[in-house]
Design a protein around this ligand. Structure first.
Ligand code: GDP
Ligand code: CA
Length: 308
């Protein structure tokens, strides 16, 4: 079964890793959000693409879920000594990725080409494709004004109250080469348990992606368990936008494309409400506590897809 997974950072990477260990690698494509990308010290940083690649390559920091294992912080701590910005943590190993990516971008290579080459170097055997090679930037609209995503997420620790989102550059963005082909040749599309607002929505907003996805079986995994996100601001965002965070909210969010949704057994009481939307349901343990947990959830999701 050929699968295309849409992913953000940490939640997306964990589930993608589960798939990677479960299905033949040539049958897996991961399309990754680039709305979080930004420039820092003149370097091109692609946090979600890197989180997915580091995780698939087994190079990730297992505690944080992002960044690299065995990381050191010599560069950024010396920037701090000089009075430079240190609010965005950049490890020394991670910095090498941004340096080399920026060098290649300056030579005219695209983000998707560079990502493909990096995957080869890291011995990742599935396809990882950034959603677009065009410049798209997520802006979070808040009660304190419009904030570029990393300012909101990292510098302000998601504290400002969210009123909406804007994906700057999205209208003229094009899907990266291979994205539409992989989607249409897949047997199912999986929306990873990533933040719906700022990880999955930007991908689906790239012109052409949603219509392609709509022609396929689409299954999402809820990142919300018992009204809470395991990590990050997804639940806070729903609340601030006047929506009770739950698997039902996720189902409603994507109801225009969903065939089915997988959510945690602890939320089994939501089953009838979601099925009323015409969406198939499957409940199981959706907490991926370690890499065998990621693979376990992937097997459950694939089993559900097979039954649809
Ligand atoms: P980010 O880009 O690094 O913020 O990561 P994502 O958008 O890909 O994922 C963030 C979401 O992952 C959060 O809403 C979490 O609730 C969800 N998440 C993280 N770990 C797990 C897990 O083990 N199970 C489930 N169901 N969701 C998870
Ligand atoms: Ca992200």
């Amino acid at each position: 079964m050929k699968i295309t997974a849409l992913a953000g950072g940490v939640g997306g990477a964990k589930f993608a890793q589960g798939l990677y260990r479960t299905i033949p690698k040539e049958d897996l494509t991961v399309i990754v959000n680039t709305g979080d990308d930004f420039e820092h010290f003149g370097l091109a940083v692609s946090p979600d693409v890197d989180t997915v690649c580091y995780t698939l390559a087994g190079l990730e920091n297992p505690e944080s879920g992002w960044g690299r294992a065995d990381e050191t912080w010599n560069a950024i701590s010396n920037v701090k000594v000089l009075g430079g910005p240190s609010w965005f943590q950049l490890g020394d190993r991670d910095l090498a990725t941004h340096l080399e990516r920026t060098r290649r971008l300056n030579l005219g290579y695209s983000l998707s080409e560079i990502t493909r080459d990096f995957c080869k170097a890291w011995r990742i055997d599935c396809r990882v494709i950034p959603m677009t090679d065009s410049r798209v930037r997520t802006t979070v609209l808040t009660d304190e004004g419009a904030l570029p995503f990393q300012e909101y997420f990292v510098r302000r620790h998601c504290e400002p109250r969210v009123t909406g989102f804007r994906f700057d550059g999205i209208h003229t963005a094009e899907p990266a080469p291979g994205v539409l082909e992989e989607i249409s040749s897949s047997d199912a599309i999986i929306l990873c348990p990533s933040n719906p607002w700022v990880s999955i929505d930007p991908i689906l907003s790239v012109p052409g992606i949603q219509p392609a996805v709509q022609n396929s079986r689409v299954v999402s995994i809820s990142p919300i368990i018992q009204g809470r996100a395991l990590k990050g601001p997804a639940a806070k965002m729903y609340k601030e936008l006047g929506i009770e965070p739950s698997a039902l909210a996720i189902a409603n969010h994507f109801r225009y494309i969903l065939t089915g949704i997988v959510f945690d057994s602890q939320d089994a009481h939501l089953k009838p409400h979601i099925e009323k939307l015409g969406i198939g349901t499957f409940t199981c343990n959706t907490i991926m506590e370690d890499s065998s947990g990621c693979a376990r959830l992937a097997r459950d999701v694939l089993h559900f897809i097979g039954s649809l």
